[in-house]
Design a protein around this ligand. Sequence first.
Ligand SMILES: [Zn+2]
Length: 65
Amino acid sequence: MAAIPVISVGDILEMKKPHPCGEKRFKVLRIGSDIKLSCVGCARTLVIERVKVEKMIKKIFPCEA
Ligand SMILES: [Zn+2]
């Protein structure tokens, strides 16, 4: 992605690299200078620096519902 991706709480992010459990999709729980994510596959939570998350994103599925 050329532009900085717009991330919102509730969005599902598809990452370039999968979680150790094999799942590539993560749900956004909290956004600050770090972003808290929960793995869609195993429900484990992780906190990653925002700049790193932005580089890891392959695709964003916005939260509509
Ligand atoms: Zn996982």
